[in-house]
Write a protein that binds this ligand. Sequence first.
Ligand code: CAA
Ligand code: NAD
Length: 333
Amino acid sequence: MAQFILSSFRGHLTNNATKISFKTSLLRPLLLNNNFSTTTPNNNSIQNITVYGSGLMGAGIVQVAAQNGFKVTMVDIEQAFIEKGKKIIDASLSRIAKKQFKDDENSQKSFIETTWSNIKTETNSEKGAENTDLIIEAIVENLETKQNLFKKLDKISKPNTIFASNTSSLPISEISKITERQDKFAGLHFFNPVPQMKLVEIIKNDQTSEDTYQKLVDVTKRMKKTPVTCKDTPGFIVNRLLVPYLMEAVRLAERGEATTEDIDTAMKLGAGMPMGPFELSDFVGLDTLKSIVDGWRKDGKIDAGLVAPIKKLDDLVKEGKLGRKSGAGFYTY
Ligand code: CAA
Ligand code: NAD
C-alpha cells in the first residue's frame, strides 16, 4: 500500500495528464464510503489488477476497476497508446463526475483524482505483471498475438496470478493452452462502453478451477457489474447473437434493399435498440468485427452463411476506416 501511494506521488511529479496528488489520495477512504465498493475484500481476494491494452476496452476496464478501489496497472506497447487510453479515461470520468456530483466541483475533482491515484501505467510488459493478482488482457483480437503475450507472462507472473482474456470471439481454451496455468485461466468479457454496460460474461473452459471462477465472480461484483456464466463456445452469449445480426444488416444494405441510415432508424425506432446496427458496428470497431467473423469462418463451428465474407466490411477495413476510433467507418465522425 505504502509503495503504491509513493509511486502515485511520484506519478504526480512526472505525469501531468494524471494529476495525481498525495493529499487527495488520502481522501480515498472517505470517498469509498460514499461512492465506491461496499465490499471489504479479504486477504485472499484480488486487490491488484493489470490490464494489457489501453484501447477502447482496456481503458474502460482500467477505469471501472480503479473507480471501485482496485490498484490497477495499465500496460500498452507504446507511450502514445497509453496517452490515448488516458484520454478515454479522462473523458469518461469527467462525464461520470458531472452526473454524480452535479454542482459540487470539489467532489467532482476528488472523485477524478482518487480514481487516478489507483492507476499506474507501464510500457514494459514484464514489469506490468509484477506482484499482480489478476491479469486482464484486452489487446488486439488475434490468437497468436494473445498467445505470445500470455506465454511470456506465464513465465514471469506469480504462480497464483489469475489470467483472463477479454476476447470477443476466440476460444479461451486455445488462448490458455499456451500456459501452464489453465486452471487459473478464464474469459472475462466486458462490453463497450465499459463504464456504462453492466454485464460481464465469465467464460469457463474445462480446466478453469472453481476457486478461479469464484474469484472472478467476486471481482466482477466489486466492479459493480452483473456476471453471467457461459461455456467456451463461439461468441459466448452476447456476440453469438449480436454479431450475426450486425452482419445481416450489412448484407441487407449491400443488396440495396434499404439504406444504412434507414436500417439504423428502423432498428432504433422499431426494435428499441439504443443504436442502429451500423452505428453499433462503428462503435465496436470494424477491424474487431472483421476479426470475429473471419475467425469464426476459419473455425467452422458456426453456420457458414452467417459468417460469409462481406465485401463492404473488408473494403472499409482495408481503407483503414475502422469506425469511430479512426474517424470514419460506415459513417464519418
Ligand atoms: N463513460 C461513462 N458513461 C457513459 C459513457 C462512457 N464512455 N458512454 C455513455 N455513458 C453514459 C452517459 O453518461 C449516460 O448516462 P445516464 O443515462 O445515466 O445519463 C448514458 O451512458 C447514455 O449516454 P448518452 O445519453 O450520451 O448517449 P446514448 O443515450 O446514445 O447512450 C450508449 C450511449 C450507452 C453507448 C448507448 O447508445 C448504448 O447502449 N449503445 C449500445 C452499446 C452496445 O450495444 N454495446 C455492446 C457492444 S458489443 C460488445 O461490447 C462486445 C464485443 O465483444 C464486441
Ligand atoms: P483497440 O484496438 O481499441 O485496443 C487494443 C490495444 O492493445 C491497442 O492500444 C494496442 O496498442 C494494444 N496492444 C496490442 N498488443 C499489445 C501487447 N502485446 N501488450 C499490450 N498492449 C497491446 O481494441 P479494443 O476494441 O479495446 O479490443 C480489445 C479486445 O477486447 C479485443 O480482444 C476485442 O475483441 C475485445 N472486445 C472489444 C469490444 C469492442 O466493442 N471494441 C468489446 C468487447 C471485447
